[in-house]
Design a protein around this ligand. Sequence first.
Ligand code: NAD
Ligand code: UDP
Length: 317
Amino acid sequence: MSRKRILVTGGAGFIGSHLCEKLLTYGYDVICLDNLFTGSKDNIRHLMNNNYFEFIRQDVLEDIYIECDQIYNLACPASPIHYQYDPIKTTKASFIGALHTLGLAKRCHARILQASTSEVYGDPEVHPQPESYRGCVNPIGPRSCYDEGKRVAETLFFDYHRQHKVNIKVIRIFNTYGPRMRPDDGRVVSNFIVQALKNQDITIYGDGTQTRSFCYVSDLVDGMIKMMESEKDFTGPVNLGNPGEFTMLELANLVIKLTGSKSKITYMPLPQDDPTQRKPVIELAKNKLNWEPKIKLEDDLKSTIKYFDDMLRDGQL
Ligand code: NAD
Ligand code: UDP
């Protein structure tokens, strides 16, 4: 029997590289397509010698001509600094990237999974957030290119499903952390760890009472694969995240404790439209996918700290 061929767009990024690595352990043939905007060859260097791994440097805004059985669509900058760098391109990557990968799925009769986001809930008035909540998103703010781009991608997925019977899977990913996050991408976990390791001030935006729920990357990747392999009729959207909820002040103190840092906390203005609270309801994932995260933030923040500490020692920070 021939190996299943899997396309991962955005496969050289933080989550994508862990996904490619895991798919290879299952014996799949993996094609990673990435324009390296925020991803890096360093993230996939250890996979390059594997005969069943292929890297294509390409933008999802261009037509994709390959044959495959499954598609994971992750190509899109994910940190606020990067998605706000060229907001028009961010919306295009979400919308046109979804259009191109859905067109490919239609032609190849491939199953396709969209990496959507908790950002589709915006600054939620419902807490915690179930999949049935329709969100509270500003359509014209600085975060809209990402939030609305991801929302319209979901729309396109469901229209391809209804109109062309494409076999779709939509996951809504909540804040995820782990090794291979970029030290300069401005996301809170990498920022706090790098600041703590350098004994610099820890920058809390606002008063630090806003909350997030952090999922370790290996837990997320397991959920993504379970979703892809789930029964055909289950399209999602399904939340994938860790329901453990932390204020940013709690996170800062945890990072200071685990690193033994001398850093002090400093307060900076809260960015516009920064969500005040976020926590997933994961009953659907539990029931349909038999999935829930195994790793607690307190336990595995250590491996992420070690990753950045090694970078610091190598002079990469
Ligand atoms: P990342 O920035 O590390 O990965 C994104 C990858 O997509 C990068 O390798 C980048 O080079 C590539 N890319 C961007 N634009 C592209 C384009 N036009 N054509 C081809 N490749 C392109 O971010 P990540 O955290 O790994 O996120 C991966 C996916 O998961 C994204 O779609 C993101 O929206 C989603 N997501 C992530 C989180 C999180 O907490 N990390 C939360 C919710 C959703
Ligand atoms: N944040 C912070 N200090 C930082 C970076 C981020 O206090 O140095 C806050 C940010 O304002 C937000 C939360 O941490 O409330 C999570 O930010 P991140 O960019 O990681 O993710 P997102 O806002 O997209 O969930």
